[in-house]
Design a protein around this ligand. Structure first.
Ligand code: PEP
Ligand code: MN
Ligand code: NA
Length: 603
């Protein structure tokens, strides 16, 4: 063995033995030019951004302070679910919704991909913490990456650098998360603006609590604190420890009487979580504040209530469709600068633009880095283009957003994007029925993942691409969480659909700020103030119980949005049957019972 000397390797600002050993091993395998221990400082951030500008990856925006435009390789624009693996030791702990490979086999393949993969590049070591730093057991991780874009993005999305490393001490547990774009540079070889590799693997080892990612620089594939850690790895840990790691926004709702309720809501990617999290109510006297837009970790508190914490530190929102009408608070957040924009369009005066922002300028640089004019006949921005912006800049951030205790959840919303069948809002009969609603949630696919858009698929709890173990065991875990709790203190579960359409395909419900009416109804149900009608699928608003005052929409449309249609639901039954068959033997009998009861009620 020859001792490898890589500049920076010996500059470790830690004595944490396991971390030091791992960093050394990765450096020897990937052979970078140098190693940088990321401290998260302003100076370091300026250095990294300057390097990205020099490389042609970032274009500084003239119109927004400390903000950058970036275009990815056109092939690297979304999460790659086909290339995402849960490598559990026992295949029975995975699937049928996940891809599985034996851990040793996957490691052998990926080790060869990683061998020398950082040649000509810098290897960054990013200590990070998901959730509040002041938590009793801070949820630590370290991402090793050869991408400056990842360093800049992780700085926005996580609590990272020296403040996170301070929590490691000598031997704190952490999730090692290895990432490479898989694009080594030979001596003299010029870099490209967005290095990546055609071969991609996004791999989770749930027992080891480790993450290996290769070949992509895109968000959910590369910012490993987000989906890989906070959902896939965390869901497996949560099952073992009796809590929940969920694909949910967290919002605070205050009534005109100053009563506070917290709501967590799960919708599939690109179905409006960020918009709901930052909603501006259209009804008098109600106020929404934001705690998170994508992920919630929930545990029972000593008082028996379910408390939620957002593990993230920033928003990674879908840009198109976002503007001052649909999500003014997201616009105000990004206006404050310190933000990254990926795969949107660049204006000639150094600002960003995307579809949904009103009238397009006469000329833009498209996300494909081509000249674009309104008659170009294609989109200026990729449908999955993103803004990445610090949560702390959100003008309606709830003051308790960083409280390690979390916030007590009154209601859980599940929702999908369905043109038919699913009414605007349905309240579950009880926890188990609510779990059935979540387990059978369906939605039309979006651009957030590679693949066909607009196809109805089951997306249980909006976690289809994110469950870190077997979906049947996951459902059982949800059931058990309810069984072991005080039923009185459990959140009430609702099923919503903002996306039902009329005959001419128009949306029946105006959505956005008007969704506050549905939040109000849910809270009034919890407080015993609003009435409901019982149907085969659950409780729907009784006429007049949903506040429609001042709503500018055709009454017939609202009625159609709210309608429970038994015939449509009978047509849904074979799809649920097919889904449950796919789950197989591990489907909890209680969910099978719920399904049989639904069939009975539908007659
Ligand atoms: C992503 O895809 O990178 C991402 C953050 O998530 P989502 O698709 O849920 O928006
Ligand atoms: Mn998401
Ligand atoms: Na995505």
């Amino acid at each position: 063995m020859t001792a490898v000397t890589i500049p920076g390797l010996d500059q470790a600002p830690t004595t944490h033995a396991r971390l030091l050993t791992w960093v050394q091993e990765v450096a020897e395998l990937t052979t970078p030019n140098e190693v940088v221990w990321v401290d998260g400082s302003e100076e370091e951030s300026a250095r990294i951004n300057a390097k990205l500008v020099a490389a042609g990856t970032f274009v500084p925006l003239k119109k927004k302070p400390n903000s950058f435009w970036c275009a990815s390789d056109p092939s690297d624009v979304a999460r790659v679910e086909e290339r995402t693996f849960i490598c559990s030791v026992d295949p029975a702990d995975c699937g049928p919704t996940n891809n599985w490979m034996q851990p040793a086999e996957m490691k052998a393949i990926m080790t060869e991909l990683y061998r020398g993969c950082m040649r000509g590049r810098t290897m960054y070591v990013i200590p990070f913490c998901m959730g509040p730093l002041e938590a009793e057991s801070p949820m630590l991780g370290v991402e090793i990456t050869d991408s400056e874009y990842v360093v800049a993005s992780m700085r926005i999305m996580t609590r990272m650098g020296a403040k996170a490393l301070a929590k490691f001490g000598e031997d704190a547990d952490f999730v090692p998360a290895l990432h490479s774009v898989g694009a080594p540079l030979e001596p003299g070889q010029a870099d490209v603006a967005w290095p990546c590799n055609e071969t991609k693997y996004i791999t989770q080892f749930p027992e080891e609590r480790a993450i290996w990612s290769f070949g992509s620089g895109y968000g959910g594939n590369a910012l490993l604190g987000k989906k890989c850690y906070s959902l896939r790895i965390a869901s497996a840990k949560a099952r073992d420890e009796g809590w929940l790691a969920e694909h949910m926004l967290i919002l605070k709702l205050t009534s005109p009487e100053n009563k506070v309720h917290y709501i967590a809501a799960a919708f599939p990617s690109a179905c409006g979580k960020t918009n709901l999290a930052m909603l501006e109510p259209t009804i008098e006297g109600w106020k929404v504040e934001t705690l998170g837009d994508d992920i919630a970790w929930m545990r029972f508190g000593e008082d028996g209530r379910l408390y939620a914490v957002n593990p993230e530190f920033g928003f990674f929102g879908v840009a198109p469709g976002t503007d001052y009408h649909t999500n003014p608070n997201a616009m105000r957040t990004i206006e404050r600068g310190n933000s990254l924009f990926t795969n949107v369009a660049l204006t000639d005066d150094g600002d960003i633009w995307w579809e949904g922002m009103g009238e397009p300028p006469a000329h833009l640089t498209s996300w494909k880095k081509q000249d674009w004019t309104p008659d170009s006949g294609e989109l200026s921005s990729h449908p999955n283009s993103r803004y990445c912006t610090p949560m702390s800049q959100c003008p309606i951030l709830a003051p308790e957003w960083d409280d390690p205790k979390g916030v007590p959840i009154s209601a859980i919303f599940f929702g999908g994007r369905r043109a038919t069948t699913v009414p605007l809002v349905t309240e579950s009969r009880d926890w188990q029925h609510g779990v059935f609603m979540g387990a059978t949630l369906s939605s039309e696919t979006t651009a957030a993942a590679v693949g066909q858009v607009g196809v109805v698929r089951r997306d249980p709890m909006a976690m289809l691409p994110f469950i870190g173990y077997h979906a049947g065991d996951y459902f059982q875990h949800w059931i058990d969480m309810g069984k072991n709790a005080n039923a009185e203190k459990l959140p009430k579960i609702f099923y919503v659909n903002w996306f039902r359409r009329g005959e001419d395909k128009r949306f029946l419900w105006p959505g956005f700020g008007e969704n506050s009416r549905v939040l109000k109804w849910a809270i009034e149900r919890i407080e015993g103030k609003a009435s409901a009608q019982e149907t085969a699928i659950g409780h729907v608003p009784a006429p007049e119980s949903l506040d429609l005052s001042g709503l500018d929409a055709p009454v017939a449309d609202i009625e159609a949005a709210l309608e429970f249609d038994a015939q449509e639901w009978r047509a849904e039954l074979p799809l649920i049957e097919e889904w449950f068959t796919k789950i197989g033997d591990k489907l909890p009998t209680s969910l099978r019972d719920e399904f049989e009861a639904l069939k009975q009620r539908l007659g």
